[in-house]
Write a protein of this length. Structure first.
Length: 137
């Protein structure tokens, strides 16, 4: 058998932890707030989801997806799933606004999508690449 050449993980400093957790917590707060707004009976999202045409169940589904993704961001082993889930949700929101000829309204979900890619893209790639390297038993 071949010996594994693994270098020990270097201890993380307070700055590294801060750089990891601050964006996650900030994104989680934003998505919990936006997700909670989806459940308000008289919010602007009632009209927006009427425009989408899939019914109000989709508004609730989107709210649950956003809140669930925000919670996943705060669980270290599941954060990459949260980044993927929220990224897909924001990509759908951007697409909706662009296809409905209102590109200005796509700025907020587009900015959130860029933040998700910027803060979570490397982690998602690392986790997916790590899953591909595992030998099958």
């Amino acid at each position: 058998m071949q010996a594994l050449n693994r270098t020990p993980a270097k201890p993380r400093g307070a700055i590294d932890a801060f750089k990891t957790w601050l964006p996650r917590v900030a994104l989680a707060i934003v998505f919990v707030l936006f997700g909670a707004l989806k459940f308000a009976a008289h919010s602007m999202y009632v009209r927006i989801f009427d425009q989408i045409g899939l019914g109000q169940w989709f508004r609730y589904f989107t709210g649950v997806t956003e809140i669930g993704g925000a919670v996943l961001l705060l669980i270290p082993r599941a954060a990459f799933v949260g980044f993927i889930l929220l990224g897909c949700t924001m990509a759908g929101a951007v697409s909706f606004w662009i296809f409905n000829h209102n590109a200005f309204a796509a700025l907020i979900p587009g900015t959130l999508l860029l933040a998700i890619i910027g803060f979570g893209g490397a982690e998602v790639v690392r986790r997916v690449a790590g899953a591909r390297r595992r030998p099958s038993a």
